[in-house]
Design a protein around this ligand. Structure first.
Ligand SMILES: [Zn+2]
Length: 71
């Protein structure tokens, strides 16, 4: 039996931030998407089996989709 173990960063959630922010990548000023992400050890690339980081808050630009890591 052969298992493929990997690491993947899963992102979920999609809320609009209350305030508009400036994207340093594309220059737009807009309400960003607030998402959550967590790094997992995965089996066969898609099955999360063990979290290896805390939950991180991510701000994503609605225009160019660049992700910025929040506090
Ligand atoms: Zn952008």
């Amino acid at each position: 039996m052969f298992f493929i173990i990997g690491i993947h960063f899963f992102v979920w959630g999609q809320e609009r931030a209350a305030q508009a922010m400036h994207c340093t990548n594309c220059g737009i000023v807009a309400p960003f998407l607030v998402r959550k992400g967590r790094q997992f050890i995965t089996l066969f690339f898609i099955i999360p089996i063990l979290p290896i980081s805390g939950v991180k808050h991510i701000l994503q630009c609605p225009n160019c989709r660049t992700r910025f890591q929040g506090a």
